[in-house]
Unconditional design. Structure first.
Length: 406
C-alpha cells in the first residue's frame, strides 16, 4: 500500500493544505487535494458546507494520492442534508444539518480508498448509524431500522451466526436445516424460517439441544415460525403458522421408561413415533383435551407402552411394539379408534407377532396372547414364554400339561 511519510520521523505527510474553507454547493461537487493546484474546490482541513438543494454529494479527491491518516472535517451549516462520498461516488456518510463529520483514510490502495468517520456535533453529537448496524438492523440516514433480509435455501444446510435475524425460505423438496448450538449462539439469538418449497423441511438441533423440548421440528408446506435460542438447552419458538392444506406434523420421541407428560407443543403433533430401549413400563400422559392421535411403538425391551390422560379413572390404551394405533382422546379417556361392533367379518389378516409381542394381547399384559411362530403354526404365549404350539403335525406343550390327565 502506498504511503507518504516523513523519512526522518515516519509520520504521515499531509499535502499542502488549506486550513479552512466555506463552500456552497448546488450540484455534486468533487474536491481536489491542494497539492494538485487550486483550479477546483480544495479539500481543506475544515470545510463548512451549505447545500442549496437536497440529494447532493461532496466527493473526496483520489485516495491513492495521499497517505492513510489523511483527514478532513466536514460540517453542514445549511438546512439540507448532503452526502460525503469517495472519489468513485460511493457514500461514506450522510451529514445532516448542524452536524460535523470527521473523516479519515484507512486504505489508499485504490482511487476510492477506504474511509472511516465519526460524528461531531454543533450542539449535539450522534452516532454513525451505518457503523452501528449489525444483524437485523439497517441504517436509514441517521437512524437504525429493523431489517430481516430474505435468504433462499435450496438444499439441506447448516446455518450459523450470520443467519441471525434473517428470513430463511426453504425453496426445494424434502430436506433439513441444522441449527447452530444454542449455547454458542447465546440467549436471544433468533431467525425466521418459512417452508416455501415442495416438501417437508425438518429443523434439527445439534448435540442435546431441543426445540420446545422435542428432538426436531418439522415444517409442512407454507408453515413458518420464529426460532429463539434460550442460550443453554436449545430453542423455543413463536409465531408458528400452521398449514391449512397439510395439517399433520410428526413427533419422534426417545423413551426409556417411567412416566412422561407431553407438553402442549409435543401433543400438537397428530402423528407420534416412540423409539428407544425400555428399561421399565412406560406411561405417556396426553393433555386432557379432545384430540386424534396416531401412536407407533418402535421401542425395544420387554415392557409396555401405555397412553392415558391425567384424569384418574380414565380409559387407557396400550400399544404393542412394532404396531401403530389410531387413538381418540375425549379429554378424560384414551380409546382405540379402531374398536367397535362389526355385524359380519369375512376375514381378517394380522401380523405374525412374536413370543414377546404376540399379535392378540390384552390391556396391561402385552406379552400374553396369540401369535404365529412360523407358517402353518398357531401358538400361545404367557408373559413372553411359549406355552403351546399347534401345527399340522400335532400340538407341543413346552411347559407340560398340568392339572389334569389324558
Amino acid at each position: 500500500m502506498t504511503t507518504y511519510t516523513n523519512p526522518f520521523t515516519g509520520q504521515t505527510i499531509y499535502p499542502s493544505s488549506v486550513s479552512y474553507e466555506s463552500i456552497s454547493i448546488s450540484a455534486n461537487t468533487t474536491l481536489q487535494w491542494p497539492v494538485n493546484g487550486n483550479t477546483g474546490t480544495p479539500a481543506s482541513s475544515i470545510i463548512d458546507v451549505t447545500a442549496t438543494t437536497t440529494s447532493l454529494s461532496l466527493l473526496l479527491p483520489p485516495a491513492s494520492q495521499v497517505s492513510t491518516g489523511q483527514s478532513v472535517l466536514v460540517r453542514n451549516i445549511g438546512s439540507n442534508t448532503f452526502t460525503v462520498a469517495n472519489n468513485s461516488g460511493a457514500s461514506i456518510v450522510s451529514v445532516t444539518s448542524g452536524v460535523a463529520q470527521f473523516i479519515w483514510l484507512t486504505n489508499n490502495s485504490t482511487t476510492a480508498g477506504t474511509w472511516t468517520s465519526v460524528t461531531f456535533g454543533a450542539s449535539t453529537s450522534a452516532a454513525n448509524a451505518s457503523a452501528l448496524a449489525g444483524y437485523g438492523l439497517a441504517a436509514a440516514g441517521s437512524t437504525l431500522n429493523e431489517n430481516n433480509p430474505v435468504t433462499f435455501i435450496n438444499s439441506s444446510a447448516t446455518i450459523g451466526p450470520s443467519s441471525q435475524s434473517q428470513f430463511l425460505v426453504w425453496n426445494t423438496g424434502a430436506g433439513s436445516i441444522t441449527l447452530p448450538s444454542a449455547s454458542t449462539s447465546g440467549n436471544g439469538w433468533s431467525t425466521i424460517i418459512s417452508n416455501g418449497g415442495t416438501g417437508i423441511v425438518t429443523l434439527t438441533p445439534v448435540g442435546t439441544d431441543t426445540i420446545n423440548g422435542n428432538a426436531n421440528q418439522q415444517l409442512q408446506l407454507t408453515e413458518s415460525l420464529v426460532l429463539v435460542s434460550n442460550g443453554s438447552s436449545g430453542w423455543n419458538t413463536y409465531g408458528y403458522g400452521r398449514s391449512n392444506s397439510f395439517a399433520y406434523t410428526q413427533l419422534t420421541l426417545s423413551i426409556t421408561g417411567g412416566t412422561i407428560t407431553l407438553s402442549s407443543s409435543q401433543a400438537s403433533n397428530t402423528i407420534q413415533e416412540y423409539v428407544g430401549t425400555l428399561t421399565s413400563n412406560q406411561i405417556i400422559i396426553v393433555p386432557s383435551t379432545v384430540q386424534l392421535y396416531s401412536f407407533t411403538n418402535l421401542t425395544t425391551g420387554a415392557y409396555t407402552l401405555t397412553f392415558k390422560t391425567a384424569v384418574g379413572g380414565g380409559a387407557t390404551i396400550a400399544v404393542s411394539q412394532n404396531q401403530s394405533v389410531i387413538a381418540i382422546c375425549d379429554g378424560t379417556n384414551v380409546y382405540n379408534a379402531n374398536s367397535g361392533a362389526i355385524a359380519t367379518l369375512t376375514s381378517i389378516t394380522l401380523a405374525a407377532g412374536t413370543v414377546n409381542t404376540p399379535t392378540i394381547t390384552y390391556v396391561g399384559d402385552t406379552s400374553t396372547g396369540v401369535y404365529s411362530p412360523a407358517s402353518g403354526q398357531l401358538a400361545f404365549t404367557s408373559s413372553g414364554t411359549n406355552m403351546a404350539t399347534f401345527s399340522s403335525t400335532g400340538a407341543i406343550f413346552p411347559a407340560g400339561v398340568k392339572g389334569g390327565t389324558f
